[in-house]
Design a protein around this ligand. Sequence first.
Ligand SMILES: Nc1ncnc2c1ncn2[C@@H]1O[C@H](COP(=O)(O)OP(=O)(O)OP(=O)(O)O)[C@@H](O)[C@H]1O
Length: 325
Amino acid sequence: MSSDSLPWVEKYRPAKLDDVYGQNDVVQTVRKFAREGRIPHLLFYGPPGTGKTSTIIALARELYGKNYRNMVLELNASDDRGIDVVRDQIKNFASTRQIFNSGFKLIILDEADAMSNAAQNALRRIIEKYTRNTRFCILANYSHKLNPALLSRCTRFRFSPLADSALQERVDHVIKAEGLKIASDARQSLLELSEGDMRRALNVLQACATAVEPGEEITQDMVYECVGAPRPQSVTTVLDAIMTNDWTDAYATMTKIRKTEGLALVDLISGFVGVLDKYELKPRTRMAVLQGLGDIEYSISKGGSDKIQCTAVIGVIKNALENEN
Ligand SMILES: Nc1ncnc2c1ncn2[C@@H]1O[C@H](COP(=O)(O)OP(=O)(O)OP(=O)(O)O)[C@@H](O)[C@H]1O
């Protein structure tokens, strides 16, 4: 595949540890392990798109250079073929002798938190068995879903959502490399809507770049459209209508904006929570609104009727405001 047809998340996957942004503590520590030649079994956990896979691959590339393919086995631990297949693959890989290299081989196990408890127990034995010439790097979103016995065999690193400054640095690099034009408010919205997830930032940027003609500027509206999030302006219009107008008008405004922008009610609720900071409300009122919106979001996830939940949103906000005085 030519590099032009690659998704940008792959095209711009960090080739070396220096290209991993915003995870300085982790990068420094694993680099130190590598320098001293004593890498422990590793567990990288944290939200998606924060660089767990990228960091271990970059580390492995620095460790093994062109020998990478022989020395690294990447497996998806949640593979539905089960732990037996994983065990066989690990066994084959770990037991073949390294002819040109001394040192250990590396096994990267992605999505380990999706493994059953029995499979995690089996994995723990496998790790013990092959520790002599193999190191494991376990990747997961949630560490609490992993068995304590497995956790205790690994040195843990938490990957936090990336700071806007880290996202910005990488996004600016891609904008420059791809020769894109992007309005500054669009770039700012892209960073905010990515919520610390670099994969999302790059995917949205690529979707926007595909939507514009060469040389045309990416606008803020395009960013919101690609993300499928409501524009702050629309959210504020609906919220203002609920707060100040009568019931019928508030409902009509909400329905109209939802229809023209194709918004799901949950997206609108997330939008309300996002802009609520800018409204001056008594703490008690703010809490009542947030709690009410949280309950409605839960009801929607359980299959609650759209129309009833729509009216419930108006009810929750109006009620909290009426009780304010
Ligand atoms: N810290 C980072 N620095 C630079 N690029 C990053 C970083 N984190 C993620 N990326 C970009 O996002 C893409 C996805 O990142 P990666 O696969 O490392 O995420 P992950 O944390 O392993 O996510 P998941 O939990 O979904 O597997 C990478 O290809 C890379 O382009």
